[in-house]
Design a protein. Structure first.
Length: 465
C-alpha cells in the first residue's frame, strides 16, 4: 500500500485506534498503525536506505554546509562513509575560520561601531563581553505560543544559569526527577543549590505529581527511559509550579516535545525548555558549543506571567554573571532554511530507525548483557559486562571495542551522539549503580549499520560475557 493511500485511510480511521495525544505526530502514529500489519523485520526491510541513497542525502548535507561559505566550494559527491565524515568536519572548520576573518572587528570589547556580526540568518547585537547579547534569527522550536529565548555557551551553561536564577524566584523548592536523569544536572542541584531538595521519583508513579509544602519543579529529561517518560505524561501535573524540560536528546521538531507542551498547557504549568545544540542541530558536525533556554507561559494570569518573565530576566543575568554568554561564531549559518529542516528530519529519522533495529538485534544476540535498549530518545543503547566495571574499566571497554572494529566499520570512541559514525563511551547507570558501555546510534545506511551491530554483539560476547 502506498504511503499516500495509507495516510488517507488512516485519517478516516484515526478516531478509532489512536489517542488524540498522538494525533499530530505522524511518525508515532504511522508506526503504531503499521505494527498491526507488519513484523519489525518486514518494516525494516521496507524502510531500508541503500548506500547510494545514503550518499546522495549526505551530498545534500555537504552542499548545504558548503553554501554557508562566502565562496562555496565545488564539492564532489562522496563515495564512502569516511569521506562524508571528513568532508563535513573540514567544511565546518572552514566555516568557523571564515566567520572569524569576516567579523574580525566584532571583538569581545565591541570597540568597532562598524561591526555587524552575523551568522547566516542569525544577527547579533552586544556590548562589552556579550553581557547583553541579543540574538535575532530562526526560533529554536515552533511552539505556537509566546516565548522568550536566552542563549548560553553550552547546554550545561543553560541549565546551570536557569537553576541558579530559579533560586531567586523560588528560594526553597522541591525538584522532582525521574530515574536516569542527566547526572551532571543532578550533581549541580546537590552541590550548588543547598536550599533545593531532590525528590527522586520511583515507578510506578501515582496519578498525581503532588505539591509539598515548598514550590515544586519537575525536571523532565529527554535521556530517561521511555516507560518513565510516558508515565509522567499520564499524571496530573496541575500542582507543579514549573516544568524544566531538557530537550537535548530530541529533534527540535520532535512530536514528543509537542506532546509535553500539550500536557503542560492542559495542566497550566509554565515551561522552560533547555537544550544543547551541538548534538542534533548541526548535521552531525559539532559546529560549536551552544545552549538555550526557551521560556513558555500558557496563562494570562498576571502572577504566572510575571513569574516566567522574572525567571527569564534572572536567567539572562545569571548567564552574564557566570561569563557563559553564547559565542556568535558557534551559531551554524545554515540553520533555519527549509533544506536544513528537511535534511535534519531525514537524518534524525534514520538514526531512530537504526536505533530500533539495534535494539532488536541486541535483544536477540545479547539477551543477558543488554542493559537498556529502550530510552525515550532512541539515540543509544547500553551494554553491561559479566564482571563489575568501574569508570576506567568501562572507558577501556568502550575504547577497546571501537578500536577493534574501526578498521572495518565507522565507529569511534567519542563521548557524544548524533554522528554519522557509531560512538562508544562509558556510561553510569544510576538506576542500577553500575558502570556500563553506551553505543550511540549513527546515521548510517541500513545494511552497514546491521553488520556493525552484529559485529558489536560478537565482540561483546567474546570479551564481556
Amino acid at each position: 500500500m502506498s504511503n499516500t493511500l495509507f495516510h488517507a485511510r488512516y485519517q478516516r480511521l484515526k478516531p478509532f485506534f489512536v489517542s488524540a495525544e498522538f494525533a499530530d505526530d505522524w511518525t508515532s502514529v504511522s508506526s503504531l498503525a503499521l505494527t498491526t500489519r507488519e513484523t519489525p523485520e518486514r518494516r525494516t526491510k521496507r524502510s531500508m536506505e541503500t548506500i547510494e541513497q545514503f550518499l546522495e542525502r549526505k551530498y545534500r548535507e555537504i552542499q548545504l554546509i558548503s553554501d554557508g561559505l562566502s565562496a562555496p566550494q565545488q564539492v564532489s559527491r562522496p563515495r564512502a562513509v569516511d569521506e562524508v565524515i571528513a568532508t563535513k568536519f573540514q567544511l565546518t572548520a572552514a566555516l568557523r575560520a571564515e566567520h572569524e576573518l569576516q567579523d574580525w572587528n566584532a571583538t569581545e570589547t565591541a570597540w568597532s561601531t562598524a561591526a555587524r556580526p552575523a551568522s547566516g540568518q542569525f544577527l547579533f547585537q552586544y556590548d562589552y563581553q556579550r553581557a547583553d547579547l541579543c540574538v535575532s534569527g530562526p526560533p529554536v522550536y515552533e511552539v505556537g505560543c509566546a516565548s522568550k529565548t536566552v542563549y548560553s555557551a553550552s547546554g550545561m551553561g543553560a541549565i546551570s544559569a536557569l537553576l541558579l536564577a530559579s533560586g531567586l524566584i523560588f528560594p526553597k523548592a522541591d525538584i522532582l526527577v525521574l530515574p536516569g536523569s542527566y547526572g551532571e544536572t543532578l550533581e549541580l542541584v546537590e552541590r550548588l543549590l543547598a536550599r533545593y531538595r531532590l525528590v527522586r521519583l520511583a515507578l510506578p508513579l501515582s496519578g498525581t505529581l503532588d505539591r509539598g509544602d515548598a514550590p515544586t519543579i519537575l525536571l523532565l529529561d529527554s535521556c530517561v527511559r521511555a516507560a518513565a517518560f510516558d508515565a509522567v505524561l499520564r499524571c496530573d501535573g496541575s500542582e507543579l509550579d514549573l516544568l524544566v524540560f531538557d530537550t537535548t536528546c530530541f529533534a527540535s521538531s520532535s512530536g514528543r516535545i509537542r506532546r509535553v507542551l500539550r500536557w503542560a498547557r492542559r495542566c497550566r504549568v509554565p515551561v522552560v525548555m533547555v537544550r544543547s545544540h551541538n548534538k542534533l542541530d548541526t548535521l552531525g558536525a559539532e559546529y560549536g558549543r551552544l545552549g538555550s533556554s526557551v521560556f513558555v507561559n500558557w496563562t494570562a494570569a498576571d502572577s504566572s506571567r510575571s513569574m516566567i518573565e522574572r525567571l527569564a530576566g534572572e536567567t539572562r543575568n545569571a548567564v552574564r554573571l557566570l561569563g557563559s554568554a553564547a559565542l556568535p561564531a558557534h551559531f551554524p549559518p545554515y540553520v533555519g532554511s527549509k533544506e536544513y529542516r528537511d535534511l535534519t528530519r531525514a537524518r534524525i529519522a534514520a538514526i531512530l530507525r537504526n536505533g530500533r533495529l539495534a535494539a532488536r538485534i541486541l535483544a536477540r544476540e545479547l539477551p543477558a548483557r543488554s542493559a537498556e535498549l529502550h530510552f525515550v530518545h532512541g539515540l543509544y543503547v547500553t551494554l553491561y559486562s559479566s564482571r563489575p566495571l568501574d569508570e576506567l574499566g568501562a572507558r577501556q571497554a568502550a575504547e577497546a571495542m571501537s578500536g577493534h572494529l574501526r578498521n572495518r566499520y565507522p565507529i569511534r570512541h567519542a563521548g557524544s551522539f548524533g554522528f554519522d559514525f557509531a560512538a562508544t563511551e562509558w556510561f553510569r547507570d544510576a538506576t542500577q549503580d553500575r558502570f556500563i558501555v553506551r553505543v550511540a546510534v549513527p546515521d548510517l545506511p541500513t545494511q552497514l549499520w546491521t553488520d556493525l551491530v552484529r559485529a558489536i554483539a560478537v565482540w561483546w560476547n567474546e570479551n564481556h560475557c
